[in-house]
Design a protein around this ligand. Structure first.
Ligand SMILES: Nc1nc2c(c(=O)[nH]1)N[C@H]1C(S)=C(S)[C@@H](COP(=O)(O)O)O[C@H]1N2
Ligand SMILES: [Mo]
Length: 417
């Protein structure tokens, strides 16, 4: 088996080729991409941080109901309230799985849907797959989280006083599900992917995205061919049911452990390219910009980072002197979680939480820790995870202008009565 080159190493080649005019900006003008990259490295005024959170029962672009006890609405997106996961199993029920839509959920007829695989990285011409064709291929099942690269972004501002651009998520832009579908590798092989293919570009059937007067085209994010052939799924089921409309029906990508943008929903076509491809989603977006990063940004983001969250509303109340079971979840895109520690005294003492699930890659663990609050008044709960690669959640995350990959310990305010 040949090792998968890191996205980092591959990207250095891709960017060099682009600057030499050998890589191709797919579906967007080169100068518009350059503008995006320049904008991404600019500082963001605090005021632009985000659309305010709203409590409402739904969003025009989302099909499922979004009751305020389950979701907090942010722009076109719905964040899962962590308190709503308390008492649920390791899989996030579809009715409370977060929704991140660049525009709106499209309604796609499953019978008429086709996946077209095309491009100069194929040995022959375009190949079409109907849903029935995919159902005839060997099915695989995989539990994996989908987590937005910007999950936790609001804490750059609220905990670190830093301005960042993008949706002001707290920690609920993650959900874990059991996905069933086919290996992307099987589809790419059947389509005749050649040895000369380097990039694979799945594209959604949702509307084109227009920001600041620039049409970015349809949501699409290239994967190096080695990754596309490794562990990526084309999923048609979520938790044993057909994919719901908001989560990509009839078929979406699942790229385990990687940032959510890689898991393209409502996939309609996949370009297999003999040249490296650049789109807004791997250039101006989903790279780290800011101090310590080159002007063209870091390599595109791949794996998710490490986080922990309490299954509690912010400001939850606890009776004094009464033993309370604190519950939460921790996860890492790097390696399975090894330990979780909880502190109720501002990080002076940490004690181990009890893990309730077998830690696995690309998934989260539920945990519990008992707490007997001794004093009335405001308090702060802290949880921090360590994964098997030895990484522990730090006290602060290095700033980047778009607020990606927040991994620091989050301060969860509560009240003791
Ligand atoms: N076609 C398409 N795919 C998409 C998106 C989108 O807007 N359109 N959003 C991406 C982002 S940024 C994330 S975090 C995940 C969210 O998946 P979910 O809405 O099922 O939770 O989908 C990704 N796939
Ligand atoms: Mo995302």
């Amino acid at each position: 088996m040949s090792p998968v080159p890191t996205e980092d190493a591959y990207d250095r080649i891709r960017m060099r080729q682009w600057s030499e005019g050998r890589a191709r900006s797919a579906g967007i003008e080169r100068r518009d991409l350059l503008k995006l990259i320049a904008a991404a490295s600019a500082a963001v005024p605090l005021a632009s941080v985000a659309a305010p959170a709203r409590a409402a029962d739904g969003l025009p672009g989302v099909v499922k109901p979004l009751p305020p006890e389950l979701f907090t609405l942010r722009g076109t997106n719905a964040e899962t309230n962590f308190a709503a996961l308390r008492g649920t199993g390791p899989l996030t029920p579809a009715d409370r799985f977060f929704v991140r839509n660049h525009t709106a959920t499209p309604l796609i007829d499953r019978a008429a849907w086709r996946l077209t695989v095309w491009g100069d990285g194929l040995r022959g011409g375009p190949v079409e797959f109907a849903l029935t064709d995919l159902l005839e291929l060997p099915a695989v099942t995989r539990t994996a989280f989908v987590e937005c690269a910007g999950n936790g972004r609001s804490f750059f501002t609220s905990q670190q006083g830093q301005a960042v651009g993008g949706t002001a998520w707290t920690l609920g832009a993650i959900g874990t599900a059991r996905w069933r579908g086919v290996r992307l590798a099987d589809v790419l092989r059947r389509a005749g992917t050649g040895r000369h293919a380097v990039d694979v570009l799945p594209r959604g059937l949702d509307a084109e995205v227009v920001t600041d007067g620039v049409n970015l085209g349809r949501v699409r994010r290239p994967l190096p061919v080695a990754k596309a052939l490794e562990d990526v799924l084309l999923a048609y089921e979520m938790n044993g049911e057909p994919l719901p409309p908001d989560h990509g029906s009839p078929v979406r990508l699942i790229v385990p452990s990687w940032v959510g943008i890689a898991s393209i929903k409502w996939v309609g076509d996949i370009e297999v390219s003999a040249e490296p491809l650049l789109t807004p989603w791997n250039t101006g977006l989903y790279r780290l910009f800011g101090p310590g990063h080159p002007p063209e940004g870091s390599a595109p983001l791949t794996r998710q980072t490490l986080k922990s969250a309490f299954e509690l509303a912010p400001g939850a109340a606890f009776p004094v002197h009464r033993r309370a079971p604190l519950t939460g979840r921790s996860w890492s895109g790097g390696a399975p979680v090894r330990t979780v520690e909880v502190s109720t005294d501002e990080g002076v003492r940490w004690r181990k939480a009890r893990l309730r699930d077998e830690p696995r890659a690309a998934s989260w663990v539920r945990w519990t820790a008992d707490w007997v609050p001794r004093e009335r008044g405001p308090a702060v709960l802290l949880a921090r995870a360590t994964d098997r690669s030895g990484r522990t959640q730090p006290v602060a995350t290095a700033h980047n202008t778009q607020g990606y990959l927040f991994d620091a310990v989050v301060r969860h305010p509560v009240v003791v009565n």
